[in-house]
Design a protein around this ligand. Structure first.
Ligand code: HEM
Length: 256
């Protein structure tokens, strides 16, 4: 989806998915072998930059109705970003817009299949898909944490944070805060979800939140319509090991 919006030719979607996965794996702060992940991501980034330089040259020559052409126009006529920023923005959009949404759909499907009554309710009423997406974003946050650097001494809930200290915000944990959500550990696709932390907060709030919500809604609606007989398989799913992103490696299912 994100590669399409950027304007990458469909024949290159699979390469983009692989590049995004390698870079995301390093950003995910794997619990072991970080050095190896970073080396692979460096190598992949070089390939990706080369490809993006090529496509930017193409779009400069012949603009199209796509995001790459719009960003080039911002660079050329409005002088808002320079060439280096253009390429790094494209990489950010690709990586931030891919793995996260994949995890929303994967984690969300797993959560629904673990709660057959909730799955059945969505199969019976696909118009619930928007609220389902919001609840699934809350229940199993695709991004587990974000960080901020304190620019001055502050106090956060009784804890003193000194200037220059990096603070980790556990987004998934905040989404299960009993002070904010009634019976927070319960999946309830009909609840009035309220304010979730899955997309962060403040000036860096996720740029792609509306797109991600739309993708989730369409995905869960389509899945329940096309495969209402989906059930969990006999073997346990595999989770990717990492500190930042929460996502499945595989989800064995059966179709009844
Ligand atoms: C379910 C899907 C997604 C989740 C859970 C998610 C989550 C997040 C989070 C937690 C942040 C950091 C916010 C902060 O530090 O306060 C973020 C930032 C960002 N996201 Fe997403 N995201 C998703 C989808 C997308 C998509 C589809 C795109 C692209 C179209 C995107 C683009 C970005 C960008 C560009 C930023 C950086 C914003 C900034 O630093 O100003 N995200 N996202």
């Amino acid at each position: 989806m994100i590669a399409g919006i950027l304007g990458v030719p469909e024949s290159d979607f699979a390469r983009f998915r692989d590049w995004a996965a390698v870079i995301a794996a390093a950003i995910n702060l794997p619990v072991s072998g970080l050095q190896e992940f970073v080396q692979r991501a460096d190598q992949t980034t070089s390939e990706l930059v080369e490809y993006l330089n090529w496509i930017v040259t193409e779009r400069r020559r012949e603009p199209r109705d796509d995001l790459i052409s719009s960003l080039i126009a911002a660079e050329a006529s409005e002088g808002k970003i320079n060439e280096k920023e253009l390429i790094s923005t494209l990489i950010l959009l690709l990586v931030a817009g891919h793995e996260t949404t994949v995890n929303l759909i994967g984690n969300g499907t797993y959560a629904l299949l673990q709660h057959p009554d909730q799955w059945k309710a969505l199969v019976g009423d696909p118009s619930l898909a928007r609220n389902v997406t919001e609840e699934l974003l809350r229940y199993d946050s695709p991004v587990k944490m974000t960080t901020r650097m304190a620019m001055e001494d502050v106090e956060i809930v009784g804890n003193r944070v000194r200037t220059g200290t990096e603070v980790i915000f556990a987004l998934g944990s905040a989404n299960r805060d009993l002070r904010a959500f009634e019976a927070a550990d319960r999946l309830d696709i009909c609840r009035e979800v309220g304010r979730i932390m899955s997309f962060g907060l403040g000036i860096h709030f996720c740029l792609g939140a509306p797109l991600a919500r739309m993708e989730g809604e369409i995905a869960f609606q389509t899945l329940t319509r096309e495969a209402p007989g989906l059930r969990l398989g006999a073997t346990q799913p595999d989770w990717r090991a990492g500190l930042v992103l929460r996502g499945l490696q595989s989800l064995p299912v059966t179709l009844q």
